[in-house]
Design a protein around this ligand. Structure first.
Ligand code: CU
Length: 515
């Protein structure tokens, strides 16, 4: 019998009623996982592996002004740690998945084939997507040979009825240029399935962005940061109770805080190295980690100036650039930043560090300023036209949600309720603007599907330094964050949830239905 979180929920309820709970590891304090886990990744010499850039995939065909892709989700063996092979579950068998390059108002249709041994669902994170293509957690593509009647997990509801081995996802791309990403969203199993490799970049471009003199071509670099732990044979280590995913029964310590790996990967390579010229480069930073937040800085910092010039957020270009010494990125957040390497001498080594990390996770990657080159890029002080933020004076409804972890013997809840695909927690009207006030304990990365939002305030004060622009994910940082949301696009059911993927799998998710 597979043990799902629903069984655990029942056990948690029993524990609350005074019965013995055999899973003492469920609610443990921060740091317990490292102490209780003997698994340490094989050592890697940092800053020796060149930074890979995920391949850009090409449409299988082009028809009626739309691009049609075919993608196969499958297992493959990939060299991540030098000299070892890791079985990944990848889109087209690669980790991170191939990058999709899309244009504003040019639709993309992706036929996703499932050749993995488990059900999958694909979500385009940050996409304004019709409900049937949004990757609802129970809208599954079943594996080959899977009999939905015989093997459907309890609670997966009507998943089997319309499920196939492939599904066509339609993305209208009616949205300004932005750095999006796609990843697995299967209910209860998003954490382990993303961990095994099911995530990739989706870069949406438009004429506004093209007209700016920002760094382009090979100076416009996706930076997908995540952390993993490996066994000695190179395989991914993810403690899980589900036998189809992995072994290690009883090790659920990660559930309280999420899975933290001891090896930092950028674009799938450990602590890589990138040679650059002494010019500006644009980095589209995505925190694709399950649970880890990063506090990024440059070591050494550039003399006399801020390290990073932020030009974009989750939802695309900012109106004007923002200069930062550090970039704090919670899971699923994106930061488009410019680093100007002309501030360093040729030959300099500049490390992208993670100030908040412990041990080896304090390093992320290294740049080597390898050559001099003429500067051809610039960062204009005006980036994008009026971003047309929602008007907080025109709000129809204010809703309040509490994100609290560690309830019900380890489950995570929104307003004291765990996820139920059949329960609607908010019914915003299509075209309306609402204010959502979210309280968190401790910090959680809050993510809404379908919509982007504007952060209005933090704990009654102004938004934080990393809240600028249109956002689809915001780090709640253990306080109260108010956001303004305009519900546009489609009627239908979507989720909002914590993007700590273990919290999400432990049911910190809810539905809104645009009516
Ligand atoms: Cu959370």
């Amino acid at each position: 019998m597979s043990i799902t979180r629903r069984h655990l929920l029942k056990m948690g309820a029993m524990a609350g009623a005074g019965l013995a709970l055999p899973l003492g590891a469920i609610s443990v304090p921060v740091g317990r996982l490292a102490a209780s886990s003997s698994v340490r990744s094989p050592g890697v010499e940092p800053f020796t592996v060149p930074l890979p850039v995920p391949p850009v995939t090409k449409p299988a065909h082009v028809h009626g002004g739309a691009d049609y892709y075919e993608m196969v989700q499958k297992a493959a063996r990939q060299e991540i740690l030098p000299g070892l092979k890791t079985e990944v579950w990848g889109y087209d068998g690669v980790f991170p998945g191939p990058t999709i390059e899309a244009r504003r108002d040019r639709p993309v249709v992706i036929r996703q084939w499932n050749e993995l041994p488990v059900p999958v669902s694909v979500h385009l994170h940050g996409g304004k997507t019709p409900p049937g293509s949004d990757g609802y957690p129970t809208d599954l593509i079943l594996p080959r040979g899977h009999d939905p009647g015989a093997h459907a997990h309890a609670g997966h509801g009507s998943a089997g009825k319309h499920a196939h081995m492939f599904k066509d996802y339609s993305y209208p791309n009616a949205h300004r240029a932005a750095t999006l990403w796609y990843h697995d969203h299967r209910m209860d199993f998003t954490g382990p399935q993303v961990y095994r490799g099911l995530a990739g970049m989706y870069i949406l471009r438009d004429d506004v962005e093209d007209s700016l003199p920002l760094p382009k071509g090979d100076k416009d670099v996706p930076i997908v940061i995540c952390d993993r732990t490996f066994r000695d044979d190179g395989s991914f280590y993810y403690p899980s109770l589900d036998p189809t995913l992995q072994e290690e029964p009883g090790v659920l310590a990660h559930a309280a805080n999420g899975m933290f790996g001891d090896t930092i990967l950028v674009n799938g390579a450990p602590w890589p190295l990138l040679e650059v010229s002494n010019t500006m480069h644009r980095f589209r930073i995505l925190n694709a980690s399950n649970a880890r937040s990063y506090d990024l800085a440059l070591d050494p910092p550039p003399p006399g100036e801020k390290a990073f010039v932020q030009v974009g957020s989750d939802g695309g270009l900012l109106e004007a650039p923002i200069r930062h010494d550090r970039i704090a990125a919670a899971p699923a957040e994106r930061f488009d930043v410019i680093i100007d390497f002309s501030r360093y001498p040729v030959g300099a080594e500049v490390t992208l560090t993670n100030i908040g990390g412990e041990g080896k996770t304090r390093d992320v990657m290294r740049f080597v300023v390898a050559r001099g080159e003429k500067e051809e890029s610039a960062v204009p002080e005006r980036l994008a036209p009026d971003l047309d933020f929602p008007d907080p004076g025109n709000v129809e409804v204010t809703r309040r949600f509490q994100f609290i972890a560690g309830v019900f013997g380890g489950m995570s809840a929104i307003n004291q309720k765990v996820f139920d695909p059949d329960r609607i927690d908010a019914r915003p009207r299509l075209g309306s603007t609402e204010v959502w006030e979210i309280f968190s304990d401790p910090s959680h990365p809050f993510h809404m599907h379908l919509v982007h939002f504007k952060v209005l305030s933090r704990d009654g004060g102004p938004p934080g330094p990393y809240d600028a622009g249109w956002k689809d994910t915001v780090s709640l940082r253990g306080g109260t964050v108010r956001v303004a949301v305009r519900f546009e696009g489609w009627r239908g059911k979507y989720v909002f949830h914590c993007h700590n993927l273990e919290h999400e799998d432990m049911m910190m998710m809810a539905n809104f239905e645009v009516v």
